[in-house]
Write a protein that binds this ligand. Structure first.
Ligand code: ATP
Ligand code: MG
Length: 459
C-alpha cells in the first residue's frame, strides 16, 4: 500500500525540489513534481494525491492558495507546508487554513518523513471510513428500503428496536416482499456490522448436505468428507446468520438447530467437540409456519425459539401507497444503470401499476420496471409500454390472430368468429369509453346489431 502512495512536491527552486523528490522516492513513495502553484493545480485537477508537500513562497499562486484550493476540492488530501525560518506567522496561518503540518527551512528530512507517514495514515483511515460508510449507506441503510405506508413504517420502527439486541428474529412475508433486504438491514445497522453476514437458503441445499453446510464436518465424517470443513454457523462468528426458507428444514435438523439456539454451541458433523459461538440468528419464511406446526411438520418449540421477535412484511397489494414510491425508485435505478436520462411515468401508467395485484410483490415490480425501461425508447413510460397483465387490456398487435387455416383436422368456424368478435368489440368499447354508438361506428355496425352481439357473447 505504502509504495502506491502519491506525493506531490511543489517548489519553484529546482534543486531543492529534485532533492526532496529523490529522497522521498528512495523512501518508497511515488512522487510527482510541480514547479509552480499553477502547474500544481493543473496536475491536481486530474490526479488525486494523498499528500502535498509545498513551499509556502512560490512566485505566482502561493502555497497558501494551493492549500485553500485543495481543502475545497479534495478535502482528504493532506498538505504539509514548507515555510521559511522567519515566518512563524505564516506557519500558524497555514495550520488554521487546514494544513496537516509544517516544516521550517532548512528542514530535517527524518522529521519530514515522520510527518508524511502520519499524514498518510490519517488519509488512509479517512478514506477507508468514508468508503465503508458509503458502502453501508448505499446498500443497507433503511433509506434503501422504500416504504411510506403505515405498514412499512411499523416494520421500520420494529427493526429500529431490535438492531441493538441479540434477539432471534423471524421475518415473515410472501415471496418478493423484501425479507432478505430487511435481514441485511438489521445486520448492517447492528453492532455486528463489521462481522460477517452469512445467508443460507435452506430449501436450495439438498437435505442430506444441509447439516454439514450449517455446522461443518470433520474429515471422514461421511463418504466424500476428505478434509475438515467449517460450516456457515462458524463462518458467521460474531455476526449474523440468515436462515432463509426455514420452513423447509428437515425434521432431524430442526432438532439440532433447536439445540444450537439453546446452547449457543455447535458440533461439526462427525465430531463431538463443542464449539462455542456468538451468532445472531435471523430466519425467514414465506410459508405459514404456524400451520406447519399444527400439521406436525415444524417443531413447535423451535418455532417459538425462532419467533422471539416477528417482523411481518405485508404483501404489496396491501400497501398500495408504496407503489408510486417504489416505481420511481426502480425507475431511477434502472435509468442510472443504463446511463440514460430519468424517464417520466405518465399518470395513466402509474394508475395501472397501482391497480395491479402484484402477486410477486416488490420483486415483480422491480422486474417489470427493469424490463419496461429497457424496452421503451422514448423519454416517458406510458400504459402501452407496460406488460398487458398490468395494463389490463391487450394491444391489437399482441392479440392479432394469426390468420386461421383449415389444417388437417378442420376448424370450429363459429368459435373463431366469436373470438374475433369478442376481441374487436372489446377493443372498440375500450376506445369509445363504453359509449356503444361510438363503438358501433368503429366496427361498422349499427348500434342495435352491436347491442345484440354484446348480449350474445356475454361481454
Ligand atoms: N421495500 C423495498 N424497497 C426497495 N426494494 C425492495 C423492497 N422490498 C424488496 N425490494 C427488492 O425486491 C427484491 C426482492 O427482495 P428480497 O429478496 O428481499 O425478497 P424476499 O422476501 O427475500 O423474497 P423471496 O421470498 O422470494 O426470497 C430485491 O431486489 C429487493 O432489493
Ligand atoms: Mg429471499
Amino acid at each position: 500500500m505504502k509504495n502506491r502512495s502519491q506525493i506531490l512536491v511543489i517548489d519553484d527552486e529546482t534543486d531543492n525540489r529534485k532533492a526532496l523528490a529523490l529522497l522521498l522516492t528512495h523512501a518508497g513513495y511515488r512522487v510527482d513534481e510541480a514547479a509552480s502553484g499553477e502547474e500544481a493545480l493543473e496536475i491536481l485537477k486530474t490526479t488525486p494525491f494523498e499528500i502535498i508537500v509545498t513551499d509556502l513562497f512560490l512566485p505566482g499562486l502561493s502555497g497558501m492558495e494551493v492549500l485553500r484550493w485543495v481543502k475545497e476540492q479534495s478535502p482528504y488530501t493532506n498538505v504539509i507546508m514548507i515555510t521559511g525560518n522567519a515566518s512563524a506567522e505564516s506557519a500558524v496561518e497555514a495550520m488554521k487554513q487546514g494544513a496537516f503540518d509544517y516544516v521550517t527551512k532548512p528542514f530535517n528530512f527524518q522529521k519530514l518523513k515522520l510527518q508524511i507517514a502520519k499524514a498518510l495514515e490519517k488519509s488512509q483511515l479517512v478514506a477507508e471510513n468514508l468508503y465503508l460508510r458509503q458502502q453501508l449507506r448505499g446498500k443497507y441503510r433503511f433509506d434503501n428500503i422504500i416504504g411510506n405506508s403505515s405498514a412499512m413504517q411499523q416494520v421500520f420502527s420494529r427493526v429500529e428496536k431490535v438492531i441493538n439486541s441479540d434477539s432471534t428474529i423471524l421475518i415473515l412475508g410472501e415471496s418478493g416482499t423484501g425479507k432478505e433486504l430487511v435481514a441485511r438491514a438489521i445486520h448492517f445497522n447492528s453492532p455486528r456490522r463489521e462481522k460477517p453476514f452469512v445467508a443460507i437458503n435452506c430449501s436450495a441445499i439438498p437435505a442430506e448436505l444441509l447439516e454439514s453446510e450449517l455446522f461443518g464436518h470433520i474429515r471422514g465424517a461421511f463418504t466424500g468428507a476428505v478434509i475438515d470443513k467449517m460450516g456457515r454457523f462458524e463462518a458467521a462468528e460474531g455476526g449474523t446468520i440468515f436462515l432463509d426458507e426455514i420452513g423447509t428444514m428437515p425434521p432431524q435438523l430442526q432438532t439440532k438447530l433447536l439445540r444450537v439456539l439453546q446452547e449457543h454451541e455447535i458440533e461439526r458433523v462427525g465430531s463431538n467437540r463443542r464449539i462455542k459461538l456468538n451468532v445472531r440468528v435471523v430466519s425467514a419464511t414465506n410459508a405459514d409456519l404456524e400451520n406447519l406446526v399444527v400439521r406436525g411438520q415444524f417443531r413447535e418449540d423451535l418455532y417459538y425459539r425462532l419467533n422471539v421477535i416477528p417482523i411481518l412484511l405485508p404483501p404489496l397489494r396491501e400497501r398500495r401507497d408504496d407503489i408510486p414510491l417504489l416505481a420511481r425508485h426502480f425507475l431511477q435505478k434502472n435509468c442510472a444503470d443504463l446511463q440514460r436520462p430519468l424517464m417520466a411515468l405518465t399518470a395513466e401508467a402509474l394508475a395501472a401499476l397501482e391497480g395491479y395485484d402484484w402477486p410477486g410483490n416488490v420483486r415483480e415490480m422491480e422486474n417489470v420496471i427493469e424490463r419496461t425501461v429497457t424496452l421503451t425508447d422514448g423519454d416517458s413510460i406510458t400504459c402501452r409500454d407496460l406488460p398487458s397483465k398490468i395494463r389490463g387490456w391487450s394491444t391489437p398487435e399482441e392479440t392479432a390472430p394469426r390468420w386461421p387455416h383449415l389444417g388437417d383436422e378442420g376448424i370450429d368456424l363459429p368459435q373463431l368468429v366469436e373470438q374475433i368478435e369478442r376481441q374487436l368489440i372489446g377493443e372498440a368499447l375500450q376506445r369509445s369509453g363504453g359509449v356503444k354508438s361510438r363503438a358501433a361506428d368503429l366496427l361498422g355496425l349499427n348500434r342495435t346489431t352491436l347491442v345484440e352481439k354484446i348480449r350474445r357473447i356475454g361481454l
